[in-house]
Design a protein around this ligand. Sequence first.
Ligand SMILES: C[S@@+](CC[C@H](N)C(=O)[O-])C[C@H]1O[C@@H](n2cnc3c(N)ncnc32)[C@H](O)[C@@H]1O
Length: 227
Amino acid sequence: MLFQFPYAMNIETTADGSPTLYVPELDEHYHSTKGALTESRHIFIEMGLRQSTAPCPHVLEVGFGTGLNAFLTLLDADKSRRPVCYTGIELHPVQTTTLRALDYPALICPGRTDDFYRLHEAPWETDVALTPHFTLRKVQADFTTWTPDETYDVVYFDAFAPEKQPSMWAGPLFDRLYASLSEGGILTTYCAKGIVRRMLQAAGFHVERLPGPPGGKREILRAVKTI
Ligand SMILES: C[S@@+](CC[C@H](N)C(=O)[O-])C[C@H]1O[C@@H](n2cnc3c(N)ncnc32)[C@H](O)[C@@H]1O
């Protein structure tokens, strides 16, 4: 389906009480309606970041969006004192008024509100050390034509669903991600569809189906680059 940016966005409350964005034009949410915060913590932090054995993981997020995954990663990096370099790709940055209305810090960690907004205020295409354990580089680019120029240890693959934006879920893009991952590198995604699993396998990944977040999807995917 083709859609035009800028599109309208509404704020909706998901089943765990955390908000997300809904795009009527796409009939698509930014996160699971069964629990935005629960989904992010489970799929990207628990099943992705924390499974990486890299001493200083380099994380790539496809679809930076509201910065929820980045904020959770920043908090986790500071808590564990394991430094993270974080690259977030986003073609259509979310507007500040929308971020303020979502107000994720109030729900997650009010004492770190400033850090949430610093994620969004950080300049694009530049490495910014936001905390002693978290360095961010935001890249404003179209993921479908972007060429990774670094090696990553963890990929949070958080694009809109394949049936809404199939161009983001193409075999050659997973081939490119595979090539840019370190040995033992991990890609996690909420989408457990067979067609996605087969594309990841064709790219060379060892793919596992894992239990989804509590109250949410039955299964998610984790793909590992094993050599
Ligand atoms: C499911 S949402 C991501 C949610 C995000 N991870 C968060 O925590 O808020 C998908 C994101 O992909 C972005 N996107 C759509 N097309 C893109 C493209 N071609 N390249 C990069 N980002 C794109 C959207 O603007 C949106 O922010």
